[in-house]
Design a binder for this molecule. Structure first.
Ligand code: 6GU
Length: 248
């Protein structure tokens, strides 16, 4: 999968994504990350890419020309018109389901804005998706694009070890992960739950399922609405809800 990032801060992208699991995926050729400096397409010797807003007001607006030409350079390189994701707090809020959709693309372009935004005309011409990463305001689209690249990359076959990739299934299931433990078996007087040392895999699986259910009920009850729950799950949830009512 090939990510193309249109940005005024290309080193931020290459530094951020070049490390850890995404960095290894790049080395293995499973993904590529191409950070394109919009300033290289300014068309003037000063490298200016922004100007005052028509109608007045604070700040500067990114001009349409450099953005458009940087986009064209990608189209020329790949030979077709890709999906273009504009990173903006006004977009649809990113989630795992959207990541799975985007992971189907061979090429994906991220457009990162700065200053007070980008001239609306070029957005209308090239952007296919407006995406936000949450309800808070950041200084630019670089960190959000890295968040999306990280999340989408781990869905690309081979990027994660196969036994790890099952891990994300549980978010798909809309349940939170169960707690994990490793050695030592006792830490500052706190023991690892006995069941995990029992060697009884069926009991371990059952305990883990219950922990996931309990955690999701306590921390993200909204997720349970969408979760695929069987009779056993429902029985367990009923029981812990009753227990917590008794405490009150
Ligand atoms: Cl995608 N961009 C910016 N600038 N701020 C954000 C955001 C995106 N998502 C949340 N806040």
């Amino acid at each position: 999968m090939n990510f193309h990032v249109l940005t005024l801060f290309p080193e931020m992208i290459t530094q951020g994504v070049g490390t850890s699991i995404t960095g290894r995926a790049m080395d293995k050729g499973l993904i590529s990350v191409n950070a394109i400096d919009i300033r290289d397409f300014s068309g003037n010797k000063h490298g200016q890419v922004d100007d005052y807003p028509y109608g007045g007001g604070a700040g500067m607006v990114m001009q349409p020309g450099p953005v458009y030409r940087s986009y064209e350079s990608v189209v020329e390189k790949i030979g077709h018109k890709p999906r273009v994701v504009y990173m903006t707090p006004q977009g649809k809020v990113f989630n795992q389901k959207m990541a799975e959709e985007f992971a189907k693309e061979e090429d994906l372009v991220f457009l990162c804005g700065h200053y007070e935004g980008i001239d609306e005309r070029v957005l209308d011409m090239i952007v296919t998706d407006h995406v936000s990463i949450g309800d808070y305001v950041l200084t630019g689209g670089e960190l959000p694009s890295m968040v999306m690249i990280d999340c989408i990359s781990r869905l690309v076959p081979g990027v994660l070890h196969n036994d790890v990739s099952a891990e994300f299934e549980s978010f798909q299931d809309n349940l939170l992960e169960y707690p994990q433990y490793t050695r030592p078996a006792e830490f500052k007087g706190v023991k690892v739950p006995d069941i995990l040392l029992s060697g009884d895999h069926a009991k371990v699986d059952c305990w883990r399922r219950e922990q996931s259910l309990k955690r999701t009920l306590e921390r993200r009850p909204d997720l349970l609405e969408e979760a695929m729950l069987n009779q056993e799950d429902l029985k367990y949830l009923k029981k812990i809800k009753l227990d917590s009512n008794k405490e009150k």
